[in-house]
Write a protein that binds this ligand. Structure first.
Ligand SMILES: [Zn+2]
Length: 590
């Protein structure tokens, strides 16, 4: 169940961060903050800080930090919703289901009805598979694939018999209209109503709480389609579902990782061999919805892709999603003739675990493949850039994803991000060479380092993100050139674009882990400025930025002039000197 921002905020506001953390950490008052020994790493002198005014904690030792909800999630090993429910019940806040409009109430009732219908149908189909003579073929099929009785029961597998009118007779208490809406019945153009699933092995599809959403039906012999799913409904959206998550979520959380496979039978086969931390999208491309769902359970995802061209393309599209959700993803490619199901049946679970040990990070995987195909000659790089363009275009509507993707791969290629981003280059103002060297070949995970000026500017912006726009206009990007600083600016811009009134703390969810300690530190030590003080400080910084922009432009021109002198290029020199004169005049007018 999704909760809206308002109720989450209510719970956060009600929860007393000092009280909650004080239950596990012995906190001592330290100025306006509290201090204690960090529960997340072992230490002898306290570096764990709690700022009650901002509802925020941060450890200077291990870098862990966040709000009350985050603390509950970490300390009790809960996912977001569970932590929310825990805090809500502690502070006697009832989470929705109340306050619903009549229309929402009606919708909630319809949803419950559809869950219920699917559940009843699943029970009928399941009993049929276990006991009915018509299901012999289906039972033999499962036995042949090594799927035993315990898995059949746990995953509530079922069998729909041949014939056109079984399910309504099996569920006489339900109306034809409701069965149609639930997708168990279908209607042809002439209005004739018939069973959607006939002579198929059925897997109920659950949401992560075990509600019955739909069915996936596999044909037993030859015939088309091989898989037939319920149509999308009020409760079922094929592209949001992760198969196996409900049955495997405990194991996924315990393993802290999730093995992402392609299909339902992979999940069943793996479960039969004791590998319980797997999930699969429903035959669709991986989406941000999937990745966000996984993030609640796993710290890492291992993707078992097909090594063919389509698989690699799919991997390419998944890269920016994982990058922007900050979930580690690695890739394993099985021998070409195998999928997880066949592999684990032939070689067993330990052999598969061994393969998983060879997983490489997802962006590396993409890059290695492209490098293998084209090499890193100038021409090869050109081809690689070409291959990356469609992916960049596909994520063009998401600033943050695009920025992360482009910066990652441009560093690998030793290029400026603008060279890789291609068509976006024209939209950016060209900037003069920065005063400080900005190492272009540095990977994203490089140690986080800011110049003193960058630190001053960003400390202010992190607490007062409303000023981002005016800082950018004044030339923020000309002054901030380090990868870490750029990353924070891009993340802030992306955040401002996606959430109009985001809290400063939300920034932590959008940056690399290397940048988080810096941000947490600024949040925990945030000064409290009066309106007038704030206005003056912002104005000073904006003026300074504008002046520095001019200084940098002058510097750039001087460099070019020196270059022109060195090259004896008199035409160019004259033009540059004139430009410099012009700029000097403009400067003096200010
Ligand atoms: Zn710590």
């Amino acid at each position: 169940m999704q909760y809206d921002e308002e109720i989450i905020q209510t719970v956060k506001n009600a929860a007393d961060i000092v009280e909650i953390i004080g239950e596990t950490v012995n906190l001592k008052k330290n100025g306006t903050n509290y201090k204690g020994l960090c529960p997340f790493h072992s230490e002898k002198t306290p570096s764990f800080n709690v700022n009650p005014n901002r509802n925020f904690f941060h450890c200077f030792g291990c870098g862990e930090g966040g709000d009350t909800l985050k603390f509950v999630m970490l300390s009790q090993n809960l996912n977001f919703v569970e932590a929310l429910k825990y805090l809500a019940s502690r502070y006697h806040i009832s989470l929705p289901e109340r306050d619903l409009s009549p229309r929402e109430l009606e919708k909630a009732k319809r949803k419950n009805l559809l869950y219920d219908i699917n559940q009843q149908a699943a029970a009928v189909y399941h009993q049929l598979l276990l006991n009915d003579p018509r299901a012999v073929k289906a039972r033999e099929y499962l036995a042949g694939r090594g799927i035993g009785d315990n898995i059949i029961r746990e995953f509530e597998l079922g069998y729909a018999p041949p014939g056109w009118s079984f399910i309504h007779r099996a569920l006489p208490g339900l109306s034809e209209a409701d069965l149609l809406e639930a997708g168990l019945l279908a209607a042809n153009e002439n209005g004739r109503i018939y069973d959607r699933f006939r002579d198929r092995l059925l897997s109920p599809i659950f949401n992560h709480n075990g509600k019955h959403l739909a069915f996936s039906g596999r044909i037993l012999g030859a015939g088309e389609p091989k898989y037939l799913n319920s149509k999308d409904s009020l409760i079922f959206n094929k592209s949001n579902v992760l198969l196996g998550l409900f049955q495997n979520k405990k194991a996924i959380r315990a393993a802290k990782r999730c093995l992402l496979v392609e299909g339902n039978f992979d999940i069943l086969a793996l479960a039969s061999h004791g590998i319980r931390y797997a999930a699969a999208p429903m035959g669709t491309a991986l989406t941000a919805v999937h990745v966000r769902a996984l993030k609640g359970y796993a710290e890492e995802v291992i993707i078992l892709f097909d090594g063919d061209a389509a698989g690699i393309k799919a991997a390419g599209r998944a890269v920016p999603i994982f990058l922007s959700q900050r979930l580690t993803a690695r890739v394993v490619v099985l021998p070409p003739e195998h999928d997880p199901d066949s592999f684990v049946r032939k070689f067993g679970a330990p052999a598969l675990e061994k393969e998983l040990g060879k997983a490489v990070s997802l962006p590396e995987f993409i890059f290695n493949d492209l490098e293998k195909r084209y090499g890193l000659s100038l021409e090869g790089k050109g081809r690689i850039i070409e291959e990356l363009q469609p992916i960049i275009r596909a994520i063009a509507d998401d600033t943050l994803q695009r920025t992360l993707f482009v910066s990652h791969f441009s560093r690998k290629l030793g290029l400026q991000p603008e060279q890789l981003a291609g068509r976006f280059a024209a939209l950016r103002p060209s900037s003069p060479p920065p005063l400080k060297n900005s190492p272009a070949g540095e990977p994203l995970s490089a140690p986080f380092k800011l110049s003193r000026v960058e630190e001053q500017l960003l400390s202010f912006l992190i607490i007062y993100p409303n000023y981002l726009e005016s800082f950018l206009t004044a030339g923020l990007k000309d002054t901030v050139s380090s990868p870490g600083g750029r990353q924070i600016i891009e993340a802030m811009a992306g955040l401002a674009e996606s959430e109009a009134a985001a809290e400063p703390e939300r920034l932590l969810d959008f940056v690399e882990s290397s940048a988080r300690p810096f941000i947490s530190n600024k949040l925990i030590n945030a000064p409290v400025l009066g309106d007038e003080e704030l206005r003056i400080e912002a104005e000073e910084k904006i003026n300074w930025l504008a002046e520095n922009k001019l200084r940098l432009e002058m510097y750039g021109l001087t460099e070019q002039i020196n270059e022109a002198i060195k090259n004896n290029d008199n035409d160019c020199l004259m033009k540059l000197l004139a430009a410099k004169d012009e700029m000097r005049k403009k400067n003096q007018q200010k």
